[in-house]
Design a protein around this ligand. Structure first.
Ligand code: SAH
Length: 246
């Protein structure tokens, strides 16, 4: 083997060695993700999220990193990064990307915090939040949706998201209190157990209003003394909060 050959082989070897360590290679190594979808995600963040005023860098990074197309039915993958919600089966929807980003930003999540989500659906919102906080406990009332979300989350490799199938009205007492609570189905009132399980100094976002009408996205904050305040953020339309599934 002549010298040029040896140098070439060494070059190929070192490139292969370092490739898995680089950021983009890491993203592309996520099963089912590709450069094509990564580009769509970056465009989605620019046009739909940054443009509408979401500024939290951690939220923007999470929205760029989580492969939304893997959370929607295969036939809808081509529409995963469009500016609207999508059907995920059983009459439920994955929220519009902007709403996911806005709700996450409103929680002011931090890396040492624990979050509760009511309404796992596809698991996408939990995955986005899970990129920022220490752990996410998420509850889904429709068993097949909860089961497929859990499978998806495990397959993609998220280790800090825990799914339970139950009525989320009662929260998840064993892991309370929570720094952040996010409800992704519209209820006509804020479930009192969720307020109880919110930590002093914690934040909750919840759509409040009647099913199939315009609801209000509310930000509920609990002061360090335990005092509750509610702020109306914007009109939204979510699927209804249900108490049982038949
Ligand atoms: N966060 C989801 C969006 C889900 S849509 C995502 O990122 O894909 C709202 C979800 O709330 C539905 O899956 C619905 O079944 C669920 N849901 C409605 N009422 C519920 C309740 N009482 N407890 C738990 N989940 C509930």
């Amino acid at each position: 083997m002549n010298m040029t050959c040896k140098v070439l082989l060494l070059l190929i070897f070192t490139t292969l060695l370092y490739l898995p360590l680089s950021d983009s290679a890491y993203c592309l190594s996520m099963p089912g993700d590709t450069e094509y979808y990564r580009e769509l995600r970056h465009k989605m963040v620019e046009a739909q999220i940054l443009a509408r005023g979401v500024k939290d860098e951690r939220v923007l990074k999470a929205m760029r990193d989580v492969p939304r197309h893997l959370f929607v039915p295969e036939r809808s993958r081509g529409s995963a990064y469009r500016d609207h919600p999508l059907a995920i089966g059983y009459g439920q929807t994955i929220s519009q990307p902007y709403i996911v980003a806005l709700m996450t930003e409103l929680l002011k999540p931090k890396e040492d915090q624990v979050a509760l989500e009511v309404g796992t659906g596809s698991g996408y919102q939990a995955a986005v939040l899970g990129q920022i906080v220490q752990s996410v406990y998420t509850i889904e009332i429709i068993p097949p949706l909860g089961a497929s979300a859990e499978k998806r989350i495990t397959e993609i490799g998220y280790k800090n998201i825990h799914v339970k199938i139950a009525d989320g009205y009662f929260g998840w007492k064993e892991h309370a209190p929570f720094d952040c609570v996010i409800v992704t189905a519209a209820s006509d009132h804020v479930p009192p157990p969720l307020i109880t399980q919110l930590k002093n100094g914690g934040r909750m976002v919840i759509p409040v209003g009647h099913p199939f009408q315009v609801q209000h996205l509310m930000l509920v904050t609990k002061s360090t003394e335990g005092e509750i305040q509610m702020r109306n953020i914007l009109p939204v339309r979510f699927v209804p909060f249900i108490r049982e599934w038949k």
